[in-house]
Structure formats: C-alpha cells, structure tokens
Design a binder for this molecule. Structure first.
Ligand SMILES: [Zn+2]
Ligand SMILES: [Zn+2]
Length: 488
C-alpha cells in the first residue's frame, strides 16, 4: 500500500480539505473550520463560533485496476449540532495514488546506477571522437549498439538522414520520446556537450524499461543529428519523426540547473556582394569594393541593433573579404544569424536586416545576393507541467532545479520545432561554473569532467523518473496535453 509521505497526516489534511469544500456548500457561511493536527487519524475537529462540527474520516481499501496497486477511498462524514450532514468521499485513484511510484522511481535510479560505468564511457568515447553535424556515423552506431544490447529495436537512417536513428522499447501509447544529440562544433569539439545528451538519453531509455514492462506504452530514443546550424530536428519534424510521439524530452548540459529553456526563433542568412576588381592604387576609380559593401552592411546592422526588441539578436562573420591588399575586393561573403522571441517579430526583423544589405549595395554599387537558411528554428514552447515533474524528480538527487532562471541566456535550439508539435521540455543540467559557458574551449573540457558524468547520470535518472510519472499515471499526460493546447 502506498500513501504519499507522512500518510496519516496526509489523510488528516485531506479530510480537512473535504470538510472545507462541504462547508462552502452549507447556507451559513460563518462556519469556519479550524484545522487540528491529530496524531490519531483520521479524525478532525472543527470549531466554529456557533458550535462544533464533528468530522469522522474512514479509510477504505479498494481493489485497484493496476497490478500490485491498492486504492484507498477516504470517506468523511460530517455532523453539525449532532445532526448528520452528509458524507464526502475521494478515491486515491483520482490522483493516481495507490501506486508505488516511489518504488518504481527507486528502481529507475538503480538501473542508471547499474549502467553508470558504461554510460560515462560512451559519453567520453563520443567526446574524444567529435563529429560535425550529419557526419556523426561513429556516435550514431555506438548509441544504437548500446540500445540493441539493452533490448531496444533500432532503425538507423530514419527521415532520410543517415546519422539519425530511432530505438524503441514496448509498444503503443503513451509514446514517450527522449531525444539524443551527438554533433560537435567545428574546431571546438564537444563544446556544447552533446556527448552527454546522447549518453543521458540512452541511459534514461534503458532505465525506463521496468515501468514500460509493468504498465505498457513505449519509450522511444530518437537520435537527432546536426543540431548545431543544420536544425536536424526541424528536418525530422517536417518528415514526420514526431507524429506518433505523445511527449518529448531532452536534457542539455550547461552552467545552471533549470527546468525550462527559453530558446529564440532563428534563421541563418548567407550574403554575397559582387563588385569589380581593379588595382587598388593605380586604378581605384575602376573598382567596386565588395568588402566595403559588407562593412557598410555591418555598420547598418550595428545601428539597427540599438532599436530592436529585447532578446532579439543579429550576429555575423565575414568568410571572404578579398584576395590581396592591392586588389579592390570583387567579392565578399558573410554569414549571419537573426533571432527573435517569436516568429512574428523574426519575420519583421528579417526584412529590416535585409534592408541594411540593400542599402549597402546601393551605396557601394556592388551587386547583392542573399539566401535565407532552409531551416528555421522555432521558439521553445516549454510545457510547465512536464517541467515541474522533472524538477521534482531532480530534488532527491540533490539538485534544486528552478523552473525558470532570470539569468538564463537566450540561444536557439531545433528542440523548439519539436516543442511546437508535441508537449516538450529541454531542461539544463549544470556541469560547469557560470564563467565556462557553452561553445567555449573550457566547456569542451568540462564536458569530459567528473561533474559532467555526474550531471549526465542525474539527468538520466530524473528523465527515467519522469517516465515513471507519465506512464504510471495517464492523468498527468492529459494535464500536460491540456496545457499544450492552451498555449496554441
Ligand atoms: Zn550548441
Ligand atoms: Zn547544444
């Protein structure tokens, strides 16, 4: 039998709560209940100015529809002036209680502990073999091998992406997806710590097996390549990878423990200016300077940046600025990213950014060509009900996970695109000090540290415990989906 913490006290509280609700329905609103904490349960006495209401609570065991589960029905009978008022009752099954959730969660934790050595090794192996987006052949095969060895069915190359994969265990609904990323950054290696995301996802998947065995449903580990710059998940979302998924979760390493991520809508922009080459000293008047056009565009963007909404971002680099100092540059190339808090403002901002380039082209006489990236990252739609479950499950692991954090940084993630389709979370688990943020060489080292391995295991445990919450109590999923629909 399972009663949440301090069962007796809880029943007492519940009786009181039921009493309050009953009193609200009585004609005399002066009846004010006073809660007496009693050790002999379940009796609550209520004093009012008028007289005493006595409340007798009874606990009744009922058979449960769940194997090994027992429902508890609480009946509270009320008397006022020795007259019987009525009986109120509440069944524990209405809250999903009566199930030994704590026991299931404890077994999820020990499953992760059993795998801890292999998971850390897997993470370190991916870390020391960094592969760029869509080239993650080693990582995707190591991860699928791990899943196969642990009883998952796997498919590689899903959504026509050779390094994408899906591992599945169990079948039917609910279908809970845990997503893995495993691409690295050019030159910096695993400076975004995706090696940890990958090991965490497969670890959480394997640790979720017992609850799936007991209650049914399925756990999907979806390998999503090319997160940095290519928006692998956005492509996979368009190709139907998440159509059958009820809930999607991924945990990213970082410098704070946070249950929600604020990620901006974003799109990349490639720009080229075509000018006219000439001798820079002998015949400058014959040249059209494509580099100057690019520099003017930068200046215009810098001016624009003063007058855009908070959280919007525009940033870029020059990848070609000419051939030689004595030749007027005939060609320049830049790569930019434009980000905004929502899709509407992103559209507006995109036009204002292009105007900066058009202005520079007009002023310099260079010809402008530009192309927006095929993939657009959607803003993250955090599901707070789901985030609360995750945060709650991190607590026994010694991590205080804030729901949101005002100090948080605003990046973008292709998880945003998934979050627009299914209720999702993208929490952050701290593995490094604040000054060693992601996309830095320091973070790349941190992603192979002991703190990283600790973060990966904690995140895997909390994810598996959240799967327990979801699978053992379908009512939570209904609540999560209701919240998702309300956000539309
Ligand atoms: Zn990154
Ligand atoms: Zn990342």
């Amino acid at each position: 039998m399972y009663i949440p913490n301090h069962g007796a006290e809880f029943i007492n509280w519940l009786s009181w709560w039921l009493l309050q609700r009953t009193l609200q329905k009585l004609p005399n609103s002066q009846l004010k209940p006073v809660y007496y904490k009693q050790s002999h349960i379940p009796t609550v006495k209520v004093n009012t100015k008028l007289t005493t209401i006595s409340v007798q609570g009874k606990m009744r065991r009922q058979p449960s529809s769940q194997p090994n589960g027992i429902n508890i029905e609480i009946l509270v009978s009320l008397s006022y002036n020795k007259q019987h008022i009525g009986v109120v009752s509440k069944s524990s099954s209405e809250w999903g209680w009566g199930l030994d959730l704590e026991k299931l969660k404890a077994s999820a934790i020990s499953e992760v502990d059993d795998q801890s050595h292999q998971l850390t090794e897997l993470s370190l192996k991916i870390h020391s073999n960094p592969e760029l987006g869509f080239q993650e052949t080693k990582a995707s095969s190591w991860l699928t091998q791990y899943l196969e060895k642990n009883g998952f069915r796997t498919e590689q190359g899903i959504c026509e992406l050779p390094t994408a994969f899906r591992g599945s265990y169990g079948q039917g609904k609910p279908a809970i997806a845990i997503l893995a990323e495993y691409d690295a950054l050019p030159k910096l290696g695993h400076a975004c710590g995706h090696n940890l995301i990958a090991a965490c996802a497969v670890g959480a998947g394997v640790a979720s097996k017992p609850v799936i065995n007991q209650f049914g449903g399925s756990i999907l580990i979806i390998g999503t390549p090319g997160e940095e710059l290519y928006g692998g998940k956005a492509i996979m979302a368009d190709r139907g990878a998440f159509n059958e998924v009820d809930i999607a979760m991924i945990v990213h390493p970082g410098v704070y423990d946070i249950a929600t991520t604020q990620a901006l809508a974003c799109q990349t922009l490639d720009v080229e200016f075509f000018g006219q080459a000439a001798h820079a000293a002998a015949r400058p008047e014959a040249g059209i300077n494509a580099l100057e056009a690019m520099l003017q565009a930068f200046t215009a963007v810098n001016s624009l940046r003063q007058h855009i909404k908070d959280k919007a971002r525009i940033h870029g680099i020059i990848t070609d600025g000419g051939e030689s100092a004595n030749i007027v540059p005939a060609h320049s190339v830049g790569s930019f990213i434009v980000r905004a808090e929502d899709d509407t403002y992103l559209n507006e901002l995109k036009q204002r950014v292009i105007n900066c380039f058009i202005g520079a082209a007009t002023a310099s006489g260079a010809h402008l060509e530009y192309k927006w990236g095929n993939t657009r990252y959607a803003p993250m739609r955090n599901n707070l009900t789901l985030a609360q479950l995750f945060s709650h499950n991190m607590k026994p692991l010694g991590r205080k996970v804030h729901l949101t954090d005002p100090r948080r940084a605003f990046g973008s993630t292709d998880m945003g695109n998934v979050s627009q389709l299914v209720p999702s979370i993208h929490p952050i688990v701290a593995i490094a000090p604040v000054e060693e943020g992601v996309h830095s060489p320091q973070f790349a080292s941190a992603a192979a540290s002991e703190a990283a391995s600790c973060g990966l295991l904690d995140a895997a445990k909390a994810l598996a415990m959240t799967v327990v919450d979801l699978v053992a109590n379908p009512k939570i999923i209904i609540k999560i989906k209701e919240e998702f629909q309300q956000q539309e």
